[in-house]
Design a protein around this ligand. Sequence first.
Ligand SMILES: Nc1ncnc2c1ncn2[C@@H]1O[C@H](COP(=O)(O)OP(=O)(O)OP(=O)(O)O)[C@@H](O)[C@H]1O
Ligand SMILES: [Mg+2]
Length: 401
Amino acid sequence: MVLGFSKKIDISDAGIAQIKSALSELQEPNFNRTLGDLGMIGAVEAKDKALHIQLKLPTPALLGLDALKAQIEASVQAVEKDCPVEFTLESHVRSAVGNAFSAQAIPGVKNIILVASGKGGVGKSTVASNLAVGLAEMGAQVGLLDADMYGPSAPTMFGVPPETRPASMPGPNPERPVMVPLSRFGIKLISIGFLVDTATPMIWRGPMLASAAMQLFKEVHWEELDYLVVDLPPGTGDIQLTIAQQVAVAGAVIVSTPQDVALADVVRAKAMFDKVNIPALGVVENMSYFICDSCDKKHEIFTSGGAEKAAGVLNLPYLGHIPIEGEVRAGGDEGAPVVIRNPDQHSSQALRDISRRVATQLAVRAQSLKGDVTIKGPKLKVTGGVDTKDATPKKGLPIIN
Ligand SMILES: Nc1ncnc2c1ncn2[C@@H]1O[C@H](COP(=O)(O)OP(=O)(O)OP(=O)(O)O)[C@@H](O)[C@H]1O
Ligand SMILES: [Mg+2]
């Protein structure tokens, strides 16, 4: 925006038409197509002291949005010198899964994103929770499903008191009640940890675990979601495979640490997703380095670049790296993901960038589809129990015993 331009602007219809045509020809770099082709330019109107441009985005988390706005501004000002520009943003997220997978669609959910790793403790739950909250902050409708049956993290990472239970309500099938997800930091949240005490899944056999995991997808009133982020257990076992085969997944994010040995874990995770035809959206390198408070120097404790190398070898996008920061750990332990707790941390910025890369990649994939799996969520009246708008959930009903 140009400061000091305080007069009412006056642009002729021909001027507006010329601007519109120039904007339609601009290239959107993620899609390699023009804004006109993508239908991204909405109304363009001279109102009061600025030219108001409506931008129709394929995701509110579009990578490079600021640069695109600057390019649009420059393009306007090439026609109308010094003309101030105001943007109105609108977004419509589409599903990135083809309609061949309709039978596995979760009603109301457009894009299911799995967060996985070949081995434990690398930061899946940290990435999943921050990805979910980050996308919601940018304006998307988001849910987080904690499917780590043996070690659910969501209750701690989102500060949900141990006795909290999601409410249940009648579902589309009156015989089967559905759960109402809790609401935290603008996302809808379900975890096996809200339903059973943590020791119970340890004594369940494989099929029971997989069926409980499926209930977390199918017997929940998600309403309408642009993204459902799923925090998977570590490795490539039964639960992961069941989920991958039984729900329509848009893509998987593989989390790894930077050591060279991480390569084998990334290869294993990628092989599992290939087997079930789920696109791997890329690799995140977590705990990449530590910045010392007193010397401001980067220390690459676990060496560096292993995950990036792995992404290169497997021809996968590299989604970015997250430094080791006390705030990330504290956010996880104290119930507020770091992107919320401390938005200016290096890790928060890195996590927001990763969220944009993931969402934009899905938008690009969705663009290339003719039809998708989107099924409208059932219209159900939420009654009693936990108010989904309420940030402090109350005690409700356990569903799984
Ligand atoms: N970048 C980071 N900086 C500091 N601490 C981190 C970072 N990433 C993760 N942690 C911490 O490391 C621990 C393990 O992370 P997390 O629980 O996310 O891993 P995970 O892969 O989900 O583990 P599991 O396989 O057991 O489910 C947590 O205490 C978390 O707060
Ligand atoms: Mg975890």
